[in-house]
Write a protein that binds this ligand. Structure first.
Ligand SMILES: [Zn+2]
Length: 405
C-alpha cells in the first residue's frame, strides 16, 4: 500500500518535468534578431525588462515586453542574435546604453552557465558541441555608436559585437535606409519628403530611397569587415545595398538579412526583393523572417477556404507567414530561412489562427516562450521548417564561418 503512492509520485514528478526536459533537448532553433534588453534602449516607452515578468498579454501589444530571461529559457532557441539598440531620443548616451545592454547579457551568461556569448563561429560550434546555448551580439544602427577607431576597439574588439545592422530607421551620414510601408515611411521624414517631390520606384513600382552609401559609410563598413564583423543588409535602402554588394563580395561575406519578409508579398523597400533573395542564394546567405502582421500582409493567392477555419484566417497572419517561409525556402533552402523575431520591438505579432493544434489558435503569437509552438503551427500550415530543427543551428554556424574563417 505504501509503495503505490511512491511510484505514483515519481511518475507525476516525471510528467511534470517532461515538458521542461523536452524544451531543453529540443533547443535547436535560431533567432537572428531579438531585442532582449529593449527596456535599456527605449527607457520609459517600453514596459517590462529582462528580469521582470512579461508584460505583453496580446499579439496587438506594442511597447510591452514579449521576451525576457524566463521566456528565453523556455523558447527552443539555441542561437539568439541579440539586437542591441538605443533610441536616440530616449537615451542620454547611445554608447552608454549599448554598454549597459552588453553588461546585462554578460550578467545573464555568468548566472546561467548553460549559455555563452560567442564572438565567432568556432566559439559557437564549440558551445553547441557541449550542448550549450549561444548569444551573439549585434548592433542595430552603426551611426552615433561606431564613429571612431576608439569605438571599434570598445564595441567590436573588447565587447564582442559580431554583427552590425548598418542602417536603421532614419537616414544618417553613413547611407540610406529602406522605406517602410505607406505612412510608416515617415519614420525617415526627410528622405520621404524628398521622395514625394522626386519619387523613385523599383521594377515593380515599390517606392525606394535613392540615398546611397556615403564615403564615410564605405570607410566604416570596410573597417568593420577588416575586423570580421558580419554586415546585416536589413533596413538598408536598395541603393545603399548595391554599393555594399561589391564590398561584401570582396570579403566573401554571405548576404544576411536578420529580420525581413518577402517584397513580393509585402510591398515595401524594407522587405527583400526577388533580386536580393537571388543574391542571398548565390552567396549562400541567410534571412530571418519577422512573425508580425506589420510586415506580413494578407496573401490573396492562398486558398480562401482552409477546412473548417473562419475565412479571414486562411490568407492572413500565420498562414501568410508560412507562405513567406515556403517561397523563401524555394530560393535559398529551408535551413537558410529562420526566425528574425524582432521581439520587444514595437510591432504587432500574429493574431489567433486556426487548426494548428497550438495555443496560437486561441491567443495568437504574442510572447517568446511560444516559439516552439510557432514552429509547430508553421509546420501545420505547410511551412518547410527543417527536421530536425537543429539544421538551423548547423547552417548558421557554417554561414558565419565564412565571415570569420
Ligand atoms: Zn529592425
Amino acid at each position: 500500500m505504501s509503495r503505490l503512492p511512491k511510484y505514483m509520485a515519481m511518475f507525476l514528478a516525471l510528467q511534470l518535468l517532461a515538458p521542461h526536459l523536452h524544451t531543453l533537448n529540443a533547443s535547436a532553433s535560431v533567432d537572428l534578431h531579438n531585442h532582449l534588453f529593449m527596456n535599456e534602449g527605449m527607457s520609459w516607452m517600453f514596459q517590462g525588462n529582462f528580469y521582470a515578468p512579461l508584460k505583453s498579454t496580446s499579439w496587438k501589444d506594442k511597447f510591452y515586453s514579449r521576451m525576457n530571461g524566463d521566456a528565453l529559457q523556455h523558447s527552443d532557441l539555441q542561437i539568439v542574435v541579440v539586437a542591441l539598440y538605443a533610441h536616440p531620443l530616449m537615451t542620454l548616451s547611445l554608447r552608454d546604453s549599448i554598454h549597459r545592454q552588453i553588461d546585462q547579457a554578460e550578467a545573464f551568461v555568468a548566472d546561467h552557465p548553460e549559455w555563452v556569448i560567442a564572438r565567432k563561429a568556432s566559439e559557437a560550434a564549440l558551445a553547441l558541441s557541449m550542448k550549450k546555448r549561444v548569444l551573439v551580439l549585434s548592433l542595430e544602427t552603426a551611426a552615433g555608436i561606431l564613429e571612431t577607431e576608439k569605438d571599434l576597439e570598445a564595441f567590436i574588439d573588447h565587447r564582442g559585437i559580431s554583427i552590425v545592422t548598418f542602417m536603421h530607421l532614419t537616414a544618417d551620414h553613413y547611407g540610406g535606409v529602406a522605406f517602410l510601408k505607406g505612412s510608416h515611411a515617415l519614420a525617415s521624414p526627410i528622405d520621404f519628403l524628398k521622395s514625394l517631390f522626386s519619387p523613385h520606384h523599383d521594377d515593380n513600382g515599390v517606392r525606394v530611397n535613392p540615398e546611397k552609401l556615403s564615403d564615410k559609410g564605405r570607410e566604416m563598413v570596410e573597417a568593420l569587415i577588416k575586423r570580421k564583423v558580419w554586415i546585416d543588409l536589413a533596413h538598408s535602402s536598395d541603393a545603399t545595398q548595391k554599393d555594399l554588394y561589391p564590398i561584401l563580395k570582396k570579403a566573401g561575406q554571405p548576404h544576411l538579412y536578420t529580420h525581413t519578409t518577402l517584397r513580393r508579398y509585402f510591398q515595401a523597400e524594407r522587405s527583400v526583393s526577388d533580386e536580393q533573395l537571388r543574391l542571398v542564394a548565390q552567396t549562400k546567405g541567410m534571412i530571418g523572417l519577422i512573425p508580425s502582421v506589420d510586415m506580413v500582409d494578407p496573401i490573396e493567392t492562398l486558398p480562401k477556404e482552409c477546412g473548417s477555419c473562419p475565412k479571414d484566417t486562411c490568407q492572413t497572419g500565420l498562414k501568410a507567414l508560412a507562405e513567406h517561409f515556403r517561397a523563401a525556402s524555394l530560393e535559398i533552402g529551408s535551413d537558410a530561412v529562420v526566425l528574425g523575431s524582432d521581439l520587444n520591438a514595437p510591432l504587432q505579432l500574429i493574431p489567433p489562427t486556426c487548426n494548428t493544434g497550438t495555443d496560437l489558435d486561441q491567443r495568437g503569437f504574442y510572447r517568446g516562450d511560444q516559439i516552439p509552438q510557432l514552429w509547430k503551427a508553421l509546420r501545420k500550415a505547410d511551412a518547410p521548417i527543417p527536421e530536425p530543427i537543429s539544421k538551423y543551428t548547423q547552417k548558421f554556424i557554417a554561414t558565419w564561418r565564412k565571415v570569420r574563417p
